[in-house]
Design a protein around this ligand. Structure first.
Ligand code: CTP
Ligand code: MG
Length: 230
C-alpha cells in the first residue's frame, strides 16, 4: 500500500518581533498574504502529500475569507494551533493520528514564515532521511559567536555550531512517538523534540541561506528579493 506523506505548516504564531496589525504570515508578500506563497511553494516541492496548515483559532475565519478573496485553490486541511510552536505541531500530529488509516510515511514540518523554500532543498532533505530518524537543513554561521556568562561573555568556536532551518522531515511513526512526551519550553524546533525522546540519529543537510524566516521588520523585502532571484 502507498504510504501517505504529510506536510505540516505552522502558522499559529503572533509575530511579536515583526509587529504590524496582523501576524506576519498574513502580511503582504508580493501582493498577497505571505502564507499563500509558502503553501504554494511547498505544494510545488511535493504535490502528493497532504498539506496541514496550523492556524490560531482567531485567524481561521479570516484566513478562509482571504483564501476566497485571492481565489487561493491549493487544497489544505486547517488545524487549530496552541500556545507554543511545539503545541501547534502536536495538534497537527494528533490530527494525522486520528485521520490516517494505514501507516503514514514521512511528516515534514515547515515554518509558515519561510516562504523561500525551494524544491532543491526539499528534495535534499527527503533524500537525507534515508537511514536516519530525520533530516533537517542547517547552515554554517557567518557571524562570530560569544556565549553569555554571569561574569560577562566568552568567544566560542563558531565552526562547532550550525543554525537550523525548516522544513525538518521525520519518519511519521517515530515523530508521533516523540510528540507523546510532555512538551518543554526549550523545544524551539522538531529536531529538539525528537532528540529529547532518544531519536538522535539526525541527518544535517546543507541549508539554504536564502531560506530565511521572516522575523523582524524589513525581512519581508529580503524574502521578496530572494524570491525574485529564483
Ligand atoms: N508558530 C505556531 N504556533 C505558535 C508559535 C509559532 O504555529 N504558538 C509558528 C509561527 O507562525 C511561525 C513558526 O512557528 O511560522 C516559527 O515561529 P516564529 O518565527 O517564532 O513566529 P512567531 O512566534 O509568530 O513570532 P515571534 O516569536 O516574533 O512572536
Ligand atoms: Mg516565536
Amino acid at each position: 500500500m502507498q504510504r501517505m506523506n504529510y506536510q505540516i505548516i505552522v502558522a499559529a504564531g503572533s509575530g511579536s518581533r515583526y509587529g504590524g496589525n496582523m501576524p506576519k504570515q498574513f502580511c503582504d508578500l508580493n501582493g498577497r498574504p505571505l502564507l499563500m506563497t509558502t503553501i504554494e511553494r511547498l505544494h510545488k516541492c511535493d504535490s502528493e502529500s497532504e498539506i496541514i496548515v496550523v492556524l490560531s483559532l482567531d485567524m481561521t475565519d479570516e484566513w478562509r475569507q482571504m483564501s476566497d478573496e485571492y481565489s487561493f485553490a491549493i487544497k489544505h486541511t486547517i488545524v487549530v494551533g496552541g500556545a507554543t510552536r511545539a503545541a501547534s505541531v502536536k495538534n497537527a500530529i494528533d490530527h494525522i493520528e486520528r485521520s490516517t488509516c494505514g501507516t503514514p510515511g514521512w511528516i515534514s514540518i515547515h515554518d509558515a514564515a519561510r516562504p523561500v523554500i525551494t524544491p532543491k532543498l526539499f528534495k535534499a532533505i527527503v533524500d537525507g532521511l534515508d537511514g536516519y530518524d530525520g533530516a533537517l537543513p542547517a547552515c554554517k554561521l557567518s557571524d562570530s559567536i560569544r556565549r553569555i556568562e554571569t561574569t560577562g561573555s566568552v568567544a566560542v568556536d563558531r565552526s562547532l555550531y550550525r543554525s537550523v532551518q525548516t522544513p525538518q522531515i521525520f519518519h511519521a511513526d517515530i515523530l508521533i512517538d516523540a510528540y507523546r512526551q510532555p512538551l518543554r519550553p526549550e523545544f524551539t524546533d522538531d529536531a529538539s523534540v525528537m532528540e529529547a525522546a532518544g531519536y538522535t540519529n539526525l541527518c544535517l543537510v546543507d541549508g539554504d541561506p536564502h531560506n530565511i524566516k521572516v522575523t523582524n521588520p524589513g525581512d519581508m523585502a529580503v524574502a521578496e528579493l530572494y524570491l525574485s532571484l529564483l
